[in-house]
Design a protein around this ligand. Structure first.
Ligand code: NAP
Length: 281
């Protein structure tokens, strides 16, 4: 079983360097896939209201407790407030609904899914999340798809720095500038679609060559690249063998030249997800 290394967030939470994406993991098959990942050492689970699988994630957490003896407190369950629930009171109500759907008494990492700047309520939403954390219903508070300017606004207006900003990040879009800002402010970067949703990334010659040099798979090269950039990737896989492969990246190291060669694949966002203009409800 791979051992996933950890880092410490700005609020003291011990946080895995690799987590599990769960988008599209649904129903019994989805629960089984999440339990398989937990049995292989995953401790960070990434859900969202809009994935319509909070119930499955909660069920997997309970099953992992009953069948594998994995303590609830050892797992970090993430969910995200959708755009339609922005605003102070709406965010409070959204959290209660997520807790009920998850069937848990705490959301370990709670994120604002998208900033939706035209709605103009992410600051209010952030204030609600801080109150939820103070009330003990939420462990860590963070955001997703926030720009430097938006992060600065949250920090300046509330004095609370998000623990995490989960953003599109893969070798085609390494986000150097945003990551430097995160480092400066003690925000942990999380990479969504870290494998670029498989696409042609895993067949890029430069990745294949490095994989051959190190005797690992192309996917492991990509996951390791995230780890060495200081970001926590959350690759999604429904397959237990691929889950193990994706987490088994702590027994080798990429050289600085190899990291730079992979970052050289940069070409920009893949899915038109500019947070200034892309909005999700
Ligand atoms: N915050 C946001 O706005 C946002 C946006 C998008 C995604 N996310 C989160 O990020 C997570 C990951 O992103 P993603 O699901 O879009 O894409 P991804 O993790 O980059 O790629 C997932 C795809 O890669 C395949 N795969 C996984 N491991 C593999 C391996 N070892 N070899 C070959 N193929 C492999 C999976 O297939 P199999 O399942 O068949 O293995 C699946 O088709 C999501 O699940 C979600 O939790 C967040």
């Amino acid at each position: 079983m791979p051992t996933i290394s950890t880092v410490t967030l700005n609020d003291g939470t011990v946080f895995p360097e690799v987590g599990l994406g769960t988008y599209k993991l649904r129903e019994e098959e989805g629960i089984a896939a999440i339990v398989a990942a937990i049995s292989s050492g995953y401790r960070l689970l990434d859900s969202a209201v809009n994935y319509e699988n909070e119930a499955e994630v909660g069920a997997a957490v309970r099953r992992a407790g009953e069948e594998l003896g994995v303590a609830r407190d050892d797992l970090i369950v993430t969910t995200k407030i959708p755009g339609r629930d922005h605003g102070y009171d709406s965010a409070m109500a959204s959290a209660q609904r997520s807790l009920a759907t998850l069937g848990l008494d705490r959301i370990d990492l709670y994120l604002i899914h998208w900033p939706n700047p035209s709605v103009g309520k992410y600051l209010e939403t952030w204030q609600a999340m801080i109150a939820l954390r103070e009330g003990g219903l939420v462990g860590s508070v963070g955001v997703s798809n926030f720009t430097e300017a938006m992060l600065t606004q949250l920090i300046d207006q509330t004095g609370v720095t998000p623990a995490v900003n989960q953003v599109e990040l893969h070798p085609y879009f390494p986000q150097d500038r945003l990551r430097a800002f995160h480092t400066e402010h003690g925000i942990r970067t999380e990479s969504w679609s870290p494998l670029a949703r498989r696409s042609e990334l895993l067949s890029e010659p430069v990745i294949g060559q490095i994989a051959a040099e190190l005797g690992v798979s192309p996917t492991q090269v990509v996951v390791r690249w995230h780890v060495q950039l200081g970001s926590t990737p959350i690759p999604k896989s429904a397959d237990p063998q691929r889950q193990i492969e994706n987490a088994d990246v702590f027994g080798f190291t990429l050289s600085d030249q190899q990291v730079a060669a992979i970052s050289g694949l940069e070409r920009g966002r893949l899915w038109d997800g500019d947070p200034e203009t892309h909005e999700e409800m």
